[in-house]
Design a protein around this ligand. Structure first.
Ligand SMILES: [Zn+2]
Length: 459
């Protein structure tokens, strides 16, 4: 489509963080071809469809850099439990019974929830990722999908990951990308971590490119005892190489990963809550991107990431919701607000995490995390036409002194008016155009009542 979104407040999120009031964004097909004052561009483009954005913000959509999309099916299934018990007694057993069709259905719910709350792109790690990729691309959103790898599934993981990359990486008009995803250091042994790192290199040689890299997405330092749990899992291994690597002393999770020689700038490190000073210097030296998941970390009582310290070390930090079962929503507006508030409260310093910084984390920093910043994350000429339009007409959105403050502290996901991805309306005036929302919700309710017949979904 060729169109002009005009008269809005354009938050470009470019390197100068330019804000254009009474601005406009010109789109041709899937690209942004011009950005500027409407008064200056008004007569330059003829025959373009025009969308009046008066009293609206036009900004890059939010990017959810760490989630497990189809876990929407388990939203509220097991709450108020410690992480290890939550995973081993509740989540892992039920996950074993999920089918590819279940994953497709759960992801459909995740994409409509995400789209309606202004999210254009999900970085998601789970099983049957063909189905997540299918549901995400059918909805017209962007997805970075990775098959979660565990030591106890070595035989299948490698071929599943290879086939996923071959089939999906940079596919569907570039909407879908693939990552290699070791689950964590306590579920993936050190030798297998090294193998998966090699796999990432091989896949990049065959299928990746500098602007569409295949990244390595892993949970790191989520709880304080990950090195202890890693030794419990693999300390009695009969493989002498594993035994030797496990038995050495390490000054933190990243020190351990560094000894395995698997750290590089293609690592997406989710969580990073419990870090040593050595870990932080390694993250900085190796240009690793960190994904902060404050709601999940608070809900599972995992702790609080030393975010101000990471930022003062010039580390690229983006935001994620984590799975909709440990959050329990995919609402990035909520994550943005909690990020800003949490670190002020903990540090007793209201100047940390200013609003502009937090919006950067959810947009351009997120695109950098995914290796996608040459195409998305900001509104600039030549970039993909991904736009989020936010309505400022509600009482809580007024008056308006500062757009970034408003976004972080006052606006809500329900203020999302429209979402455009790759030049296509996914949400238009609060209505999802690409997925039948009511039908999806009904199917999910039926799935729950079929799967858990003895447990009423209302109890
Ligand atoms: Zn996670």
């Amino acid at each position: 489509m060729n169109c002009i979104f005009f008269n809005g407040i354009v938050l470009t999120m470019n390197s100068a963080n330019t804000v254009i009031r009474e601005g406009c964004v010109v789109v041709e097909d899937d690209r942004i071809v011009d950005v500027g004052k409407y008064s200056e561009l008004k007569y330059k483009y003829h025959g373009y469809e025009r969308f009046d954005c008066e009293n609206k913000i036009i900004m890059p959509p939010l990017i959810n850099c760490h989630t497990h999309a189809s876990m929407t099916l388990l939203r509220g299934y097991a709450d108020d439990l410690p992480l290890f018990e939550w995973l081993t007694k509740w989540i892992f057993p039920v996950e074993k019974t999920l089918t590819p069709e279940d994953i497709y259905l759960g992801t459909k719910l995740a994409v409509v929830e995400s789209a309606l709350s202004g999210v254009s792109c999900l970085n998601t790690m789970y099983y049957f990722m063909d189905k997540e990729a299918e549901a995400i691309s059918q909805a017209g959103l962007r997805g970075v999908v990775g098959h979660v790898c565990f030591s106890n599934n070595k035989k299948q993981d490698r071929s599943i990951t290879f086939n996923l990359v071959r089939k999906w990486h940079n596919s569907k008009n570039g909407l879908i990308r693939v990552t290699v995803d070791p689950h964590s250091i306590y579920t993936v042994d050190p030798v297998y971590l090294k193998e998966l790192h090699e796999l990432k290199k091989d896949l990049n040689d065959k299928f990746g490119s500098p602007t569409a890299p295949i990244k390595w997405h892993i949970h790191t330092a989520e709880t304080a005892d990950e090195l202890v749990k890693m030794r419990e899992s693999f300390g009695s291994s009969e493989n002498p190489e594993i035994k030797k690597l496990v038995d050495e002393n390490y000054d933190g999770v990243f020190d351990y990963l560094n000894h395995l020689n698997v750290l590089d700038d293609q690592i997406i490190a989710a969580h990073c809550v419990h870090l040593t000073d050595k870990d932080i210097s390694l993250i900085r030296e190796k240009s690793i991107s960190v994904v902060h998941n404050p709601v999940s970390n608070l809900k599972l009582a995992s702790g609080i990431s030393p975010l101000p310290k990471l930022l003062s070390n010039n580390i690229n930090v983006s935001l994620g919701t984590d799975g909709p079962c440990s959050n329990n929503s995919l609402d990035m507006f909520e994550t943005v607000k909690i990020t800003a508030l949490l670190h002020k409260g903990v540090s007793l310093n209201p100047t940390v995490l200013p609003a502009t910084e937090v919006i950067k984390m959810a947009t351009i920093n997120a695109a950098k995390t995914l290796g996608w910043d040459s195409e998305i994350g900001s509104i600039e000429k030549g970039k993909k036409a991904d736009l989020l339009i936010i309505d400022l007409s509600k009482p809580h959105a007024n008056p308006l002194y500062n757009e970034f403050s408003q976004l972080v502290y006052a606006l809500k996901s329900s203020d999302v008016d429209s979402l455009i991805v790759n030049g296509r309306f996914i949400v238009e005036e609060k209505t999802v155009r690409t997925v039948n929302v009511e039908e999806t919700i009904t199917k999910v309710a039926k799935w729950v009542s079929d799967r858990f017949p003895d447990k009423s979904i209302n109890s």
